[in-house]
Design a protein around this ligand. Structure first.
Ligand code: C2E
Ligand code: CA
Ligand code: CA
Length: 692
């Protein structure tokens, strides 16, 4: 491709006529410097520029000095058409980087020769080590070949010697050079006259060959590979090859090379296959990723990131009691980008530290504002990336931030994903313990998605488990998912760890979770992630409706037909429990059905109408769900045989009337503790059986 820059049509025609009848070159024309620069910006296949010294607005010399300063096309040879007898002009043109000059008026033959020489000189540049053509020459030659044989399909191969740096390090540069020389020789022989080849940089080579049969690249690759095999084994490298079947001839050759090079990333090395094809989808994804990384800092400055809050509901009362902050990115051109896409990229390049700090601070602002306006403030949890944890200053940073807004630690909870624990368990556990010792409440995110076992939970510094969304999806179809979920919730309870189920979308899921005792619910069933204002409104309305709530207290079901006696027991046990009441066995069963998840103990009288205490104990012990609940029986002091009968039926303890409040509450405490240890052992056994 030759670019002619001249104002007068006559001049342009004269130069054009020099190549008349030859189809080796295409001619482009520009009337002035501005137009010429525009053309150069758009295409990268210009082989030579012929510029008239006299141009409108700015002259040819000025154009020359401007274009030689642009990295992208400084290499293109320029021939200047000078005015006769102006040696100063000629000198200046050469100083500015012109390859040659032709004074006016010119002779067509002379012009043709001089331009031809410039072209050849430039294309004869060779790589010093291998004597192959370097990239620019390769691009020019390939472009010409593709134009000349426009009906022939071609394929671009990009070779990379994987492990070459190590070869240099271990065996020395001479050995490395020898390998490159051998490879260059193989390429020369294998491609020969049918295609083009060159060395792009270091251990990267390219070639462009015809592909008439449709799979010639593989035959070619196998030949090359075979000839390199001995060296490969000796020096332990792999010969990688990225392949682009040229399907778009309008692309510049350097872009074609990039595509072939890009496919190197597709190589998996499975079954000894060290080649891969260009995949447009993957390339698109890669470009998007690059874009995201390139835009992130500006995005943070310009506040394109913002948080949404997803309320978390109490399973028993179905009211919101906390929330999770989820980051969003509103990209000015790409639109809303999901965190699943950008978080992993930011974790790779470390930017997640900055972004998470931003998110945490946004959450602090929301909490502080809600407090200042006198609204009820629920805790909000934030996501903490494992990358954040590697920074020893994270605890201080969090504390300073809370201090700045005058917030207690309980309000900002930290979610750390399960996989962070399993990756480097010891380090992470130590780091997380420190955070917990400082008083932060910790949630283990995505529990059950990876490999952490229930057994590990005992050593984990966590307050809450968030059960992975996947269980919800499987709940309907898989009994096993349900069983595992039951075990997780029970085990967590025994370890005084509360549970949140994520991704709850249906009433059925909710009912199941409540029945097995899951404490809190997050998911579209109750609420999607909300904009901050919507969240604040929701909380304000919710708390207006509600006067008093009891959460996180263990529930005790009191069964007695005398209301007074129930009330006096409640007085004796104090307010560390949450009470449910029933006036006979039948009612007790009804209450249990409703609230089994939150009832940790049954205290029952013996003589009652409808269904007495003995009957109730029998019923409870029969049921697989209720049998785990410890039962304490209330008797009058003179009823020894009833006492024994109750214990035989499975009650764990007996309280005799009239009772001493201190003794009753201590007994209840002991039973709670005892049953937990027993329960834990039982659960472990169950788990082991299930996992088998
Ligand atoms: P995650 O922490 O497990 O967050 C829960 C994800 O589930 C959120 O997606 C949420 O919108 C979605 N979700 C909530 N309820 C339902 C439901 O009922 N059904 C379904 N199908 N999905 C539901 P999101 O916001 O796209 O976040 C994806 C992940 O990105 C998060 O998973 C978290 O790992 C990460 N992430 C989000 N924000 C941040 C952040 O500020 N910092 C860090 N480090 N990671 C974040
Ligand atoms: Ca989370
Ligand atoms: Ca999660």
């Amino acid at each position: 491709m030759v670019l002619i820059i001249a104002a007068a049509a006559d001049d342009r025609d004269a130069v054009r006529s020099v190549w008349e009848g030859e189809n080796d070159y295409e001619i482009l024309e520009a009337l002035n410097a501005g137009e010429a620069l525009e053309i150069l910006e758009k295409r990268n296949d210009v082989d030579l520029i012929f510029v008239d010294i006299i141009l409108p607005e700015t002259d040819g010399l000025n154009f020359l000095s401007r274009m030689k300063k642009k990295g992208a096309f400084a290499h293109i040879p320029v021939v200047v058409n000078t005015n006769p007898g102006k040696n100063a002009q000629v000198e200046k043109a050469l100083v500015l980087g012109a390859e040659d000059f032709v004074p006016k008026p010119y002779n067509a033959e002379v012009l043709k020769k001089r331009i031809g020489n410039v072209m050849n000189r430039n294309l004869q540049d060779r790589d010093r080590l291998t004597n192959l053509y370097p990239s620019l020459t390769f691009y020019h030659q390939t472009k010409r070949m593709l134009l000349k044989y426009s009906d022939m399909p071609y394929v671009m191969l990009y070779f990379n010697i994987k492990g070459f740096t190590l070869v240099n390090d271990f065996y020395g540069n001479e050995k490395g050079d020898a390998i490159l020389l051998t490879f260059a020789q193989i390429l020369r022989e294998q491609v020969d006259k049918r295609g083009t080849y060159g060395r792009i940089i270091a251990d990267n080579f390219v070639c462009c060959i015809p592909n008439e049969k449709g799979d010639e690249e593989i035959t070619f690759y196998r030949h090359v590979e075979e000839r390199m095999e001995a060296l490969r084994q000796q020096y332990h490298f792999n010969l990688e090859c990225g392949i682009y079947r040229i399907d778009d001839r309008l692309l510049s050759v350097s872009t074609m090379c990039d595509r072939a090079k890009f496919s190197l990333m597709n190589i998996k090395g499975n079954r000894g296959e060290w080649y891969a094809y260009y995949d447009a989808d993957m390339a698109m994804q890669y470009r998007n990723e690059q874009r995201i990384v390139a835009d992130m800092e500006q995005a943070l400055r310009e506040r394109q990131f913002y948080i949404m809050l997803q309320p978390i509901y109490d399973a028993a009362t179905e009211t919101p009691i906390s929330a999770e902050a989820l980051v969003r990115w509103n990209h000015p051109e790409l639109g809303l980008i999901r965190p699943d896409i950008f978080i992993p990229l930011f974790e790779k390049n470390g930017f997640i530290r900055q972004l998470d700090l931003f998110v945490w601070e946004e959450v602090c602002k929301v909490l502080a504002r809600m407090r200042d306006t006198g609204e009820t403030v629920c805790p909000i949890s934030v996501n903490v990336s494992r990358i954040d944890l590697y920074d020893p200053g994270i605890g201080d940073a969090l504390e300073q931030m809370l201090e700045k807004y005058g917030l207690p630690k309980e309000l900002l909870r930290l979610e750390i994903t399960e996989s962070a624990y399993t990756e480097k368990p010891r380090e992470i556990i130590a780091l997380v313990s420190q955070l917990q010792q400082r008083g932060f409440e910790l949630l283990m995110d995505d529990f059950g998605s990876g490999y952490s076992s229930l057994n590990m939970l005992k050593e984990m510094p966590i307050n809450t488990l968030k059960i992975d969304m996947q269980f919800m999806e499987e709940l309907v179809s898989s009994q096993r998912a349900g069983n595992i979920l039951i075990s997780i919730v029970r085990m967590a309870k025994l370890l005084s760890i509360s549970t949140v189920a994520e991704g709850v979308e249906t009433r059925e899921q909710l009912d199941f979770l409540r029945n097995v005792g899951c404490d809190r619910i997050q998911g579209y069933y109750f609420a999607r992630p909300l904009m901050v204002e919507a969240y604040e409104k929701l909380i304000a309305e919710e708390f207006l409706r509600r006067d008093e709530r009891t959460v996180y207290k263990k529930g005790i079901l009191l069964v007695d037909d005398v209301r007074m006696l129930r009330k006096s027991l409640i007085g004796a046990l104090g307010d560390s429990y949450r009470f449910f009441e029933a006036s006979n066995g039948k009612e007790a069963l009804e209450v249990l059905q409703e609230s089994v998840s939150v009832i940790s103990m049954v205290i029952t009288d013996i003589f009652m109408p409808e269904m007495d205490g003995f009957e109730l104990i029998r019923e409870l012990k029969k049921s697989s769900i209720y049998s785990r609940i410890p039962i304490i029986v209330i008797t009058a002091s003179e009823e020894r045989k009833n006492e024994i009968k109750a214990l035989q039926l499975g009650a764990v303890d007996v309280v005799t009337k009239p009772y001493d409040p201190l003794i009753v509450s201590q007994r209840v405490k002991n039973v709670m503790k005892l049953s937990e240890t027993e329960w834990l052992q039982m659960e472990m056994q169950l788990m082991r059986n299930r996992m088998r």
